[in-house]
Design a protein around this ligand. Structure first.
Ligand code: AMP
Length: 222
């Protein structure tokens, strides 16, 4: 099963993908995480990616598509994959379709998340993430704080704040979403595999609630 997480920054893509990964037993592949790992290791790709990510801009398509093309060859994703943060442009979506087609696969479900803009900044500046790459649990200091400050409830590792989770970069990231990524909603709507959900405290729907709704939807579809 190929699942795509679509949505502006701070809508809960990573949180929901993390829950689906555990419940469905399918790996979560986040292009943002792959870039951050390269940045940490100071590879050439990391240096290039950082020059875009620090400004809230998208990393060029050819670089990102090549990365995903290689990842799609790995054994662990042959039975299923949750793509978290890819595709982010129509070009990426078209290339993904071609890559999957070659393998006799297709995008099965696109989870399209929306959150009121005023909540997005609040969510992002309060976001903390587990530094353990195998855990990566997402917390929110207001909505979903850890039991012990700065420490992951699940694995005890240190919580960190992403460098690009600041108000200034968030605005640029949001603009990149509107200009380059939001056309994907129509792209997948036409293909008939779009599942849209609102993630907002104003309607008492946080990421974990939407994840349950998605799991029920998948069960009913089967
Ligand atoms: P994320 O962790 O998904 O929020 O991604 C962090 C940053 O990595 C984004 O703001 C982009 O600069 C870059 N990035 C992640 N995925 C992609 C993608 N599919 N295409 C281009 N840039 C990406």
């Amino acid at each position: 099963m190929v699942i795509i997480m679509l949505g502006a920054p701070g809508t809960g893509k990573g949180t929901i993908a993390g829950i689906l990964k555990e419940r469905l037993g399918i790996p979560q592949v986040s292009t943002g995480d792959i870039f951050r790992k390269h940045i940490q290791e100071q590879t050439e790709l990391g240096k290039l990616a950082e020059s875009y990510i620090s400004k809230g801009e998208l990393v060029p398509d050819d670089v990102t598509i090549g990365l995903v093309e290689n990842r799609l060859e790995d054994d662990d994703v042959q039975a299923g994959i949750i793509l978290d943060g890819f595709p982010r442009t129509v070009k990426q979506a078209e290339e993904l379709d071609k890559l999957l087609d070659k393998k006799g696969k297709k995008v099965d479900l696109v989870i399209n998340l929306t959150t009121p803009e005023e909540e997005i900044i609040e969510r992002i500046v309060n976001r903390r993430i587990c530094s353990n790459q195998d855990c990566k649990t997402v917390y929110n200091l207001v909505l979903n704080p850890p039991k012990q400050e700065g420490i992951c409830d699940k694995c005890g590792s240190k919580l960190i704040q992403r460098k690009d989770d600041n108000e200034e970069t968030v605005k640029a990231r949001f603009n990149s979403y509107i200009e380059q990524t939001s056309p994907l909603v129509e792209y997948y709507e036409k293909k008939g595999n779009l599942y849209s959900a609102i993630v907002s405290k104003s309607i008492n729907k946080l990421g974990k609630d939407v994840a349950e709704d998605v799991l029920n939807f998948i069960k009913e579809e089967k």
